[in-house]
Design a protein around this ligand. Sequence first.
Ligand code: UDP
Ligand code: MG
Length: 313
Amino acid sequence: MDISIVVPLFNEDESLPHLAEWITRVMNENNFTYEVLMIDDGSKDHSWEVIERLAAENPCYKGVKFRRNYGKSAALNVGFGHAQGDVVITMDADLQDSPDEVPELYRMIKEEGYDLVSGWKKKRYDSKIAKNIPSKLFNATTRRMSGIKLHDFNCGLKAYRRDVVKSIEVYGEMHRYIPVIAKWAGFSKIGEKVVQHRKREFGTTKFGMNRFINGYLDLMSIMFISKFGKQPMHFFGAVGSISGLFGLISLIVVIILRLSHVISLTRSVWFYLSMLFLVLGVMLFLTGFLGELICRNSSTRNQYLIEKELLNE
Ligand code: UDP
Ligand code: MG
């Protein structure tokens, strides 16, 4: 199979028939063999009925329905699990992403050897204050922290080589950072394509302002896990040792000063600071140690992504 299209959706019953018609047209015009995986993220409207009808009419259409709303990342993750195509393309259900981009995205993965190609909504049709400006800030931060030169991390339209989606796990609100997760998994040929963006015709946006707070927290988790996830002691041990050592030295100095009657212990702020750093240091150190123990017991501690093997067994 050439292409799997994964569509996460939540209350999009008005858009779905138009989207399906458009996708089918593009696929047929280009003679692709394909499947469309519609992942209903617990919709409360008639989205699932629409999906059932589409699947009955065309066997290329498949659907999964969540019992409740888990979020876009969960929907994508389940779609990735089922995808069988050589190239997997994700697309929003609200008709803001154009299926006409699919053939070129497919070509970039197949012929130019990209692992991942992300859409770039160079001209956006969303509200300026709620979306465009915050998203510029978000993209700049993610670019700096991850070292990936993309303009638009959060674009719903993306294409992947199948290996990539089978090797990564997306949860929480991590869908915004799939390029970062992919890079961390060792897929570094990441490209970008300017894509058409359209106004939302039906329904309303599902993401409010709180996505920025959660978004930044998720970025921090990702960076932390990728750097120290397998060796927490390298972080906590280092910070803990510095803090503990600092506390210890300063405590010794304070005690010497006290013994030579220069200061009074209880009235010296240095005494309290020394104690604070000493205790903090020990606690951080122990946290690192606990982290190591947890890692040692984790069932994924020795799971690595293997690209190639030459084993004459
Ligand atoms: N979506 C989802 N689960 C959610 C929220 C959104 O599957 O909890 C889907 C939504 O139906 C759409 C896509 O994710 O297909 C992008 O959402 P939306 O268009 O609301 O985001 P925006 O374009 O406004 O950033
Ligand atoms: Mg949208």
